[in-house]
Ligand binder design. Structure first.
Ligand code: SAJ
Length: 418
């Protein structure tokens, strides 16, 4: 069985390798020639995927190319291209382009088309199907199998259960059989819309629950309660409470984005999802709130923010990754006065993504001379104990600083706003 993967990114590569290792004849198409050159040279550009696995896949027949004809006449097509939100509207350009490529390259045999990209409920049925079916010479089936890869996570692809949505028995059976060769468990649902809803639901669930604790952290300052401790205490409830942590905001290319597929779709129907919109606003307000707190702490220590030297720990959107997309840390730093002297330490982020001075690791001199050190991303490689001995004032937005340190530590949500 030949499988054509469209989009060789952090989803398309693990899927290509898994199907190759399961014995399928896998062809990969990506428009980015650099990626194809890297792959053909046996080099991985995806975290958590080794060069060795790329080389082994090439030896087992995996064929990446920037020429769409590489995926001509496949039995299965997997769309693994990026989607996003532009000014509140879903950006489906890559999905539309990939769909067109499938329409052009599919042959006359029975074909299964699988969408794994995160899309709004209804997209497979309204965008992918209508542009492939008319061009299809043979019977064509459609399935929606949302990706669940966790960037920087340690759960490997084969261990993550996959939802399989299809709108016909045959499509569901074929897609289930196909994916059960590469993952331990599949969960069938009765339509592609339901699979699309499941995916946006699971990430919206995260966004809303992070907003919940973020809203409480702004409130807890006034009732002198420790929200961090309250969360740990609530987590002792058997079943049903998943602890989320407050922070400077919600970043990445999934959690702040996926709920907007739902709110956009609802608005199309004249429905306002007020809970989701409200939660999004709570999270979007966090960077400004954190920047305000930094400024009030500086003033309390007789330092005008414009004249301050600020040392920020972390630029990425979450710990132990370098990705700065929608990074709350960078949004906090953007909200600080331009005149302030800001140095950022991040072991993983690229300097090109950061407008201020970026260093890999905090140097003691910089930490000592800073008027305030702000912990924005608790990368595990930060030596928080030493930083706590070098710094004089630390604003900890992740409640990650150790206790017995000489610096004065103020934790997000701790002291009432002036
Ligand atoms: N965050 C908090 N508090 C929390 C959890 C997260 O402030 O308690 C923040 C993070 O700092 C980050 C953002 O929210 O800025 C998103 O965090 P995330 O851990 O949800 O990150 P993602 O976007 O890398 O990946 C999520 C993953 N969800 C998880 O269960 C970890 C992953 O499983 C999904 O597959 C992925 O979204 C996706 O592709 O949708």
């Amino acid at each position: 069985v030949s499988v054509g993967i469209i989009g060789l990114g952090y989803v398309g590569i693990p899927v290509s390798l898994s199907f190759t290792e399961a014995g399928f004849r896998v062809r990969g198409f990506d428009i980015d020639e650099f990626r194809i050159d890297e792959l053909l040279s046996g080099r991985s550009y995806i975290d958590d995927v080794s060069d060795t696995r790329i080389r082994a896949a090439l030896e087992n027949g995996f064929k990446p190319s920037a020429n769409p004809s590489v995926i001509a006449d496949c039995d299965v097509y997997v769309l693994a291209v990026p989607t996003g939100i532009n000014e509140g509207e879903p950006d489906m350009a890559a999905v539309e382009a990939a769909t067109k490529t499938v329409a052009e390259q599919a042959g006359s045999r029975e074909t299964l088309v699988v969408v794994t990209s995160t899309v709004y409920p209804g997209a497979t049925r309204n965008i992918v199907k209508p542009s492939i079916e008319p061009a299809a010479e043979g019977p064509t089936y459609f399935a929606m199998v949302p990706e669940r890869l966790n960037p920087g996570g340690d759960l490997e692809f084969s261990k993550i259960p996959l939802v399989v949505g299809a709108d016909s028995e045959v499509a569901g059976a074929v897609a289930t059989e196909l994916f059960e060769t590469v993952v331990s468990r599949t969960y069938p649902v009765e339509s592609t819309d339901t699979a699309e809803l499941a995916k946006t639901l699971e990430n919206t669930y995260r966004m809303v629950n992070i907003a919940l604790v973020n809203e409480l952290v702004t409130f807890s300052q006034y009732i002198d309660a420790d929200v961090w401790e309250a969360i740990d205490a609530a987590a002792t409830k058997p079943f049903g409470f998943q602890p989320f942590r407050p922070g400077p905001g919600v970043g990445g290319h999934c959690i702040p984005i996926d709920p907007q597929f739902l709110t956009w779709r609802a608005e199309n129907l004249g429905i306002e999802l007020s809970l989701l919109n409200g939660a999004q606003r709570v999270n979007d307000r966090m960077p400004r709130l954190v920047a305000n707190r930094i400024e009030s702490l500086l003033r309390e220590n007789h330092c005008e923010p414009e004249d301050a030297s600020i040392f920020a720990l972390g630029a990425a959107y979450k710990p132990n990754v370098g990705d700065t997309r929608n990074s709350p840390a960078l949004q906090v730093i953007e909200a600080l006065p331009d005149e302030a002297e800001v140095t950022i330490a991040d072991p993983h982020a690229d300097a090109c993504d950061v407008s201020r001075k970026l260093v890999q690791t905090p140097d003691p001199e910089n930490v000592r001379s800073a008027d305030i050190v702000v912990l924005l991303v608790d990368h595990k490689t930060f030596d928080l104990k030493s930083i706590g001995e070098q710094a004089s004032l630390i604003f900890d937005t992740r409640n990650a600083m150790p206790d017995d340190i000489s610096a004065e530590v103020v934790t997000l949500g701790e002291i009432p706003e002036r």
